[in-house]
Each structure stands twice: as structure tokens, then as C-alpha cells.
Design a protein around this ligand. Structure first.
Ligand SMILES: Nc1ncnc2c1ncn2[C@@H]1O[C@H](COP(=O)(O)OP(=O)(O)OP(=O)(O)O)[C@@H](O)[C@H]1O
Length: 598
């Protein structure tokens, strides 16, 4: 074995240990169940190897009926008991398998939900995730690994027992079998390599199937699919990918078939040698028929066990290559949650951006450049600017979805990254433009994890403040009405404006000292917008509030306005201060919009 082989073996063991640990974390009984099942399986075949020898010896020798009947009864009873216990083990293995699969699903979902947001958008990490999940879901790599390890244990036990048995006859037979197995293992390795290569070639095709599969079941795309007649485009793309996958698989299975045929021929050679030798011994009179049967079947079982062991080991090695990707994915560091400082609960939270610049991952240009601003406790700040000016990015940094490339963001003089992530999230209520409602009831959408602990009246009060009172009055089940129809056909589909009010209600319910609304009124009609803004100062009270809006009329409610352009703050002040400069951006934007209102 050269240095590279040793390293490969070391990596394989590392991956194996990692996944055994992970499996044990997910299900404590999985490994013991599989292990006992394998131990049992490896011991049982000995009944059918050793007992027939005594039956044949008896038939060829003294032919005592009672001994013959006893031996037959023993073999039947032995097999009966073995089968019953084996079935029980199979059933248990199936149950624990399910438990493991669900548990691993949960581990993967938690990892994805817990990942730094910027990683979710990073194409390299997306690619790694894709390949890691492909190994788990399409290749079933984790459970195959554990199952294979159990098979290796059971075949090792069989090999030890059978070697002892065969050595009582002729040690050379063992070498004959080993030589054939070595030859067939080479073939098996080649088959595995081809399978891996075919799998890798099929990844783009499988990814496309996954994508197109979700397209057709994505309810939100239903309208576009019908109105733009997208279905034929999807079908033709799927057909393209199908023929690509079929081409790769046809070529692969053709080669695999030839190699498997070669391996079958090798096995015939082994049979000829073993049976030839045993027959020679019988003819020479140095072996009885009973022993002939026992040794023939022991040598066959030895060959099967050793092939199983070697092939399983090769497969484990291959699986570890797949699983390494998952290991890398699971070990991606979670930087945004590294803070350890407790947030001091206070009435005052002063936010400060100090020379903050930011580039999105793998982007050359700055989305924010040298932004410095102080937002005092209770202040209402309006953030305005043209599309792409950097307004949402400003909020994404404040909410720790991304970290500044340069400069820092402070709250009460301390870098926000130092605060414990969960505690920091509690001081912020944010409604983004692309907020999402869930297929839960209205109450659950508002109160989320606290839904059971909160009274209906509290929720109704919030929804009234958010302007949804009249809409709720029309619903038979009120706040217990489910949204969307995924789980309940009487679920409702809110309009854009109603959904937005609900999302605002969710932010109000959170009752955090800092409220951020990123274009909160975009989907609202002018009357609802007027009502929300009129009421908003009351709703928000003395909380700090940051509003991003394209409707500049809303800025008049705010203490300060920050005008963004190309990632920089180019103007800052209140409405009347900024209107004093008619040739600058704010006044021009305001005047242009007000022309349309008049
Ligand atoms: N996830 C992202 N990855 C790469 N670039 C991005 C990403 N999100 C935004 N950008 C870029 O960063 C810049 C600022 O975008 P941002 O969304 O902050 O603008 P905005 O002022 O909120 O725009 P809008 O008014 O359209 O919502 C734009 O050039 C945009 O293309």
C-alpha cells in the first residue's frame, strides 16, 4: 500500500466514525439493532452446512431411523427458529431505518435553517449542498454505509468460522478462493468507479428533474404556468434531460453487464477447482460423501462471505467519498451566531453605522459604500432612494443576515456581532418586501411558537391595529382560519394587501423595541396606506422605526430621512430641511411623485 492508499483509508475511517457518531446521535438503537441482526445472520447458515453432513453420513453408514429422524427434526426446527428470529430482526431493522431516515432529514433541515444567510445564496455552497443532499437522498448513502458496516461484521464472523472448518481439510483451497475473490474484487472496484462516474454525470439531469418537479407543484407559479403556457417548455426541457440521463445509463449498464459476466466466469473456475479436488478425494477413498457435501458448501459460503466482505468494503469506501461532501456541508462554520454577549434590556437602543461598506459574496462592486448614520432611540427614520440604491442591503446588515465588508454597526456602542444571536433577534421586528406567510392558521402566523400561550383577544387586538378587522369578521373561523389550501380545503388565500397587513401584524405582535418595515405599504391601496401611516406612529409608539418606502408622502411622518444613491447616503435631514434644496434628489423625487397625486 502506498502513501496515497493509506491516506484514502484514513479518510474513509474518519468519515465512517463521523457518520457512526451522527447515526448514534439520531437513533440510539439503530447500530445495536443492525449489529445483533448481523451477528445472528452470520451464525445461522452453519446449521445448513454442518447438519447435512451428519444426515448423509447416517444414510451412507448405519442408517438408524431414530438418529435420521432426530437430525431431520433438528435441521427443520433450527431453520424454523432461525427464520422466525430473522423475520423479527428484519422488521425491527425496517422500523429503526425509518426512524433514522426521519431523524437525518431533521438534522439536514436544521442545518439548512441554521446556516448563515449569506451561505444560502453562495453558489459554491449551494453546489456543495446539492451534491451532499444528492448523496443522502438519491444514493441513500448514510443508511447504506451503516448497513454495509453491519454486513462486514457478519461476514467477518462467517469467514472466521468457515476458515476454521476448511483448514481441517486443506489450506490451499482457501488460497484458491482468495485468488478468485481478489480478481473479482478488481472487477467490482471498476464497476463501482463506473457507477460513481455515471452518477456524477447524471447530477445536472437529476438537479433539473428536482427543479422542474417543484415548479409544477409550486402553487405560487400556477398562474404564470397557465397564462404564459409554460408547461410545453417544461416538458421539452424534461425530455432533453431524460434522454441525456438514459444515454449515460445505457452506456454504463452495457459496460457493467460485461464486467459482471466476466466475474461470473471466474466463479465457475473456482467451482471446477473445488469440486474437482473434493471428487478426487472421494474417489481416492479419503473422504466420505457427508464430508464432501459439508466442505463443498463451506467453500461456497466462504467464497460468498469473503466476496461480500471485500465488495462491501469497496462500497463503503465509495460511499465515504459521497459522504465526505455531506460532512463538509455539515461542518460549514456558522459565523453569524458566534456572538456571546447578553443584550442589556434597556429602554434605549441607539443604532450606529460607522463607515460601513459592503459587497455581496463574489461581487466586485459595493452595494453599500461608507455609510455612517446614527439612529437614536424612538426616532422614525425613512430610507428612500431609487431601485438598487442599497436600502434593503442596509437593513440586511442591521439584521445580521450579512456582515459588513468594512466598518461596523453598533448598538449602544457595541458591535452587533458580539451580541448573542437569539437575543439580538428579539430586539428587532422586521417586515421585508418578500415576507412569507405559512400554511398555518392566522393566529399561528402571528404568534408562531407562542400561539398556544396567547389569548385570541390579544391577536384580535393586533389584527385590528393592522387594519384587518373587517376582513376577519367575514371569516367563519376567525383567526383560526388556515391560510392556503395545502392542509385544509377551506383555507383562505389573502389578497396582497391583506397578506401585507398580516405580516405587519406579526411584526407588531413581536413587540420589539426596533421596528423595520421594508416597503410595508407597497401592496396596500391608497386608503389602507393612509390609515396605516396615520396609525403607525401610535402603533409603534416610542419604538425606534425604520421605514423603506418608494412613496415619499410617507416620509413626512418621519423625524429623519436618509436618501440613498449607489450605496451611499447622499442626503440626510427631515422633510422640510431636504425640501429646501429643490435641485437635489429628495426634492426632485418628491415633486415628481406629488405631480401624480394632484
Ligand atoms: N443577494 C444579492 N446578491 C448580489 N447582489 C445583490 C443581492 N441583493 C442585492 N444586490 C445588489 O445590491 C445592490 C443594492 O440592492 P438593494 O436590494 O439593497 O437595493 P434597494 O435600494 O433595496 O432596491 P429596491 O428599491 O429595488 O428594493 C443592487 O445593485 C443589487 O443588484
Amino acid at each position: 500500500m502506498n502513501k496515497k492508499d493509506w491516506k484514502g483509508l484514513k479518510d474513509t475511517f474518519q468519515v465512517m466514525l463521523y457518520f457512526l457518531g451522527l447515526t448514534n446521535r439520531v437513533s440510539k438503537i439503530y447500530i445495536p439493532t443492525l449489529l445483533f441482526s448481523s451477528l445472528f445472520k452470520s451464525a445461522a447458515p452453519f446449521i445448513n452446512i454442518i447438519l447435512p453432513k451428519f444426515i448423509i453420513d447416517e444414510l451412507m453408514g448405519q442408517q438408524r431411523t431414530e438418529v435420521f429422524v432426530q437430525l431431520i427434526a433438528l435441521i427443520i426446527l433450527g431453520n424454523f427458529i432461525f427464520n422466525i428470529i430473522n423475520k423479527w430482526f428484519e422488521m425491527r431493522v425496517q422500523v429503526v431505518n425509518e426512524e433514522l431516515i426521519y431523524g437525518l432529514d431533521l438534522v439536514i433541515s436544521e442545518k439548512i435553517a441554521d446556516m448563515d444567510f449569506q451561505n444560502i445564496e453562495d453558489p459554491e455552497i449551494l453546489n456543495l449542498r446539492e451534491r451532499a443532499l444528492f448523496a443522502i437522498y438519491n444514493e441513500g448513502a448514510i443508511w447504506r454505509l451503516v448497513e454495509n458496516l453491519a454486513v462486514m461484521v457478519s461476514s467477518t464472523i462467517s469467514i472466521i468460522g468457515l476458515t476454521a472448518l476448511i483448514l481441517t481439510l486443506n489450506g490451499i483451497l482457501i488460497f484458491v478462493v482468495l485468488a478468485i475473490v481478489a480478481l473479482n474484487s478488481k472487477i467490482f472496484m471498476k464497476v463501482q468507479k463506473l457507477r460513481y462516474e455515471a452518477g456524477q454525470k447524471n447530477i445536472p439531469g437529476n438537479r433539473a428533474f428536482g427543479y422542474f418537479g417543484t415548479l409544477t407543484s409550486d402553487f405560487s407559479l400556477g398562474k404564470d404556468i397557465r397564462l404564459y403556457n409554460i408547461a410545453p417548455v417544461i416538458t421539452s426541457k424534461v425530455q432533453n434531460f431524460t434522454s441525456q440521463v438514459v444515454r449515460v445509463n445505457t452506456q454504463h449498464f452495457r459496460t457493467e453487464g460485461k464486467l459482471n459476466g466476466l466475474s461470473a466466469i471466474n466463479l465457475q473456475f473456482q467451482l471446477i477447482i473445488v469440486y474437482g479436488y473434493l471428487t478426487y478425494r472421494v474417489f481416492k477413498g479419503t473422504m466420505e460423501i457427508g464430508s464432501f457435501t459439508m466442505y463443498a458448501s463451506a467453500t461456497n459460503s466462504f467464497c460468498t462471505s469473503i466476496s461480500t466482505f471485500v465488495n462491501t468494503f469497496i462500497e463503503v469506501n465509495q460511499l465515504c467519498r459521497y459522504l465526505e461532501l455531506f460532512m463538509q456541508f455539515e461542518q460549514i462554520e456558522n459565523k453569524s451566531k458566534a456572538g456571546t454577549r447578553a443584550i442589556e434590556l434597556s429602554e434605549r437602543y441607539v443604532i450606529e453605522f460607522k463607515g460601513v461598506s459592503f459587497k455581496y459574496p463574489r461581487k466586485e462592486e459595493y452595494a453599500l459604500k461608507d455609510v455612517s448614520i446614527v439612529i437614536n432611540q424612538g426616532e422614525k427614520l425613512s430610507v428612500v432612494g431609487l431601485n438598487g440604491a442599497g436600502k434593503t442591503t442596509f437593513i440586511k446588515l442591521l439584521t445580521r443576515l450579512y456582515e459588513p465588508t468594512e466598518g461596523e454597526i453598533l448598538i449602544n456602542g457595541i458591535n452587533i456581532n458580539e451580541y448573542k444571536y437569539d437575543e439580538y433577534m428579539k430586539i428587532l421586528s422586521v417586515v421585508f418586501q418578500d415576507y412569507k406567510l405559512l400554511a398555518f392558521t392566522i393566529k399561528e402566523n402571528i404568534a408562531l411558537e407562542n400561539a398556544d400561550a396567547v389569548s385570541d383577544d390579544e391577536i384580535l387586538k393586533i389584527l385590528k391595529e393592522a387594519g384587518l378587522e373587517k376582513d376577519l369578521a367575514k371569516l367563519e373561523r376567525g383567526i383560526h382560519t388556515p391560510i392556503y389550501k395545502q392542509f385544509d380545503k377551506t383555507g383562505i388565500e389573502f389578497s396582497g394587501g391583506q397578506s401585507q397587513k398580516l405580516a405587519i401584524g406579526r411584526a407588531l405582535f413581536k413587540n420589539s423595541p426596533i421596528v423595520v418595515l421594508d416597503e410595508p405599504t407597497a401592496a396596500l391601496d391608497p386608503i389602507a396606506e393612509f390609515e396605516i401611516y396615520n396609525k403607525f406612529n401610535d402603533l409603534v409608539g416610542n419604538k425606534t422605526a425604520i421605514y423603506i418606502s418608494h412613496r415619499l408622502s410617507s416620509c413626512r411622518f418621519c423625524d429623519k430621512i436618509a436618501v440613498f444613491e449607489k450605496g451611499r447616503i447622499i442626503q440626510y435631514g427631515n422633510h422640510s430641511e431636504l425640501m429646501k434644496f429643490p435641485h437635489l434628489t429628495y426634492a426632485q423625487m418628491y415633486n415628481t411623485q406629488s405631480q401624480y397625486y394632484i
